[in-house]
Design a protein around this ligand. Structure first.
Ligand SMILES: [Zn+2]
Length: 293
């Protein structure tokens, strides 16, 4: 049997739907766990269908099938019963029973998931234990446990979160920010600012004997470098201590002449923000080797 995919395949359209899918967060398996080379669902579904069904005899039929494959690949149609049902029927009518599909390098699970969606009996093989767990959670457990799984994941997810908060919550304190809100007629608006992460840097002591400041080794200071949002850290010196504040859009204005792309270190050559003293690469490396960094 000559397969449909051997004749034609709507590469352009399916590629476009595959690209669009990258922005979908809700309900997409990519939010379950990252997998680096996970195939787009659009392409996986379209190719699975196109290899299972036979080629058509007339050009009209081919064009009709081609259009159907484009429809089938759309994210919006992932759960649309009439589109999926038609594809399933085409496959089932042809084979008489669900065909067996084996993905022997299953990775993030897109291909076996889409084979399942098309009503096939999907088998997935993986060598990487992380991928195996992802596959079990994507393909096996939802079928095995049904809706109960949603409650369990949410319950145990919260259990982990609560315990993590107990243990490390103190390192992520909240800050209450009070601002004058015009809409509230002079009353203060309170906003809770949560610490979500840290930027850390190794430091070396400044080699200028008169200075001795602790130099944070940072290649650059950008926090956000988008066209509409440019925010960076700004190092300033208080006494002999290097401190930071946030400057840029939505914050204090970026000081004139400050270039966040220029950090304190480049190619192991470190410049002290307090006194301007330059430590050469061999000195910086020696400090690292001596455990002083
Ligand atoms: Zn210095």
């Amino acid at each position: 049997m000559k397969r449909f995919i051997e004749d034609i395949f709507p590469v352009k359209e399916v590629s476009e739907h595959s690209v669009r899918e990258k922005n979908i967060r809700h309900g997409h398996i990519s939010t379950l766990h990252i997998w680096w080379a996970r195939r787009p669902l659009a392409a996986s579904r379209a190719t699975a269908y196109a290899v299972l069904i036979p080629s058509c005899s007339t050009d009209e039929e081919k064009e009709e099938k081609r259009k159907f494959i484009v429809e089938l690949s759309k994210w919006e149609n992932s759960l649309k019963s009439d589109v999926i049902e038609k594809a399933r029927k085409d496959i089932l009518n042809l084979y008489g029973r669900p065909p067996r599909i084996l993905d022997c390098f299953a990775g993030g699970g897109s291909i076996p998931l889409e084979a399942l969606r098309l009503g096939c009996e999907a088998h997935a093989v993986e060598y990487n234990p992380v991928a195996v767990l992802i596959l079990k959670c994507t393909l096996e457990y939802p079928q095995k446990y049904g809706k109960r799984l949603v409650e369990d994941v949410s319950r145990w997810g919260n259990w982990v979160l609560e315990r993590a908060k107990e243990e490390i919550g103190k390192f992520y304190p909240s800050e209450i920010l009070e601002t004058n809100d015009l809409e509230l007629e002079g009353r203060k608006r309170k906003e809770e600012l949560k610490t979500v992460g840290y930027i850390w840097a190794r430091t070396i002591p400044c080699q200028n004997p008169a200075c001795g400041a602790e130099i944070p080794l940072m290649r650059q200071f950008w926090l956000a470098k988008k066209e509409k949002k440019r925010v960076s850290l700004y190092p300033y010196v208080e006494g002999k201590e290097v401190k930071f504040k946030i400057v840029g859009d939505g914050y204090e204005e970026m000081p004139e002449g400050f270039d966040p792309s220029k950090g304190t270190v480049k190619g192991a050559i470190a410049t002290c923000p307090a006194c301007g003293f330059v430590s050469d690469a061999s000195t910086v490396r020696r400090l690292f080797q001596q455990g002083k960094a």
